[in-house]
Unconditional design. Structure first.
Length: 129
């Protein structure tokens, strides 16, 4: 993967989080799932491949700007939510048996950790050449 691929992956997962939270906070029923149909947590690798294909012509500079914007939006959204709403499991029906904070961590800090490891691995491989 290229740096652009990693950045757009982060961006797209943050867009999923933003849509999931904003949409469901406005609803009282018919909640939207985190992953769009036809995907679920067993089939999301196919979605990741689709994200990769979708962004093959996205310039690196655009990927950086898109991620910066989605990151800011995620942080602003998270800051508006009280800790109880973020970290109490089952606080929201649409989060199932987990907490909203779990989704937020997954789409931000956990993904940043994954991205950092991908980038470091790539840099190490380039140094060996």
């Amino acid at each position: 993967k290229t740096l652009r691929d990693v950045l757009v992956h982060l961006y797209e997962w943050q867009v999923l989080l933003l849509h999931f939270v904003r949409t469901n906070l406005e609803r009282t029923s018919d909640f939207v799932p985190f992953l769009p149909a036809p995907y679920n947590f067993k089939t999301y690798p196919a979605m990741n491949r689709e994200i990769w294909q979708k962004h093959q012509s996205t310039p690196l500079e655009n990927a950086k700007a898109m991620l910066e914007k989605s990151h800011i939006e995620c942080m602003e959204l998270i800051e508006t939510l009280p800790p109880k709403e973020l970290f109490v499991k089952k606080h929201y029906k649409w989060c199932g048996n987990t907490s909203l904070g779990s989704y937020c961590v997954s789409a931000t800090s956990s993904h940043y950790d994954w991205a950092s490891k991908c980038i470091k691995k790539r840099v190490r491989s380039l140094k060996k050449v």
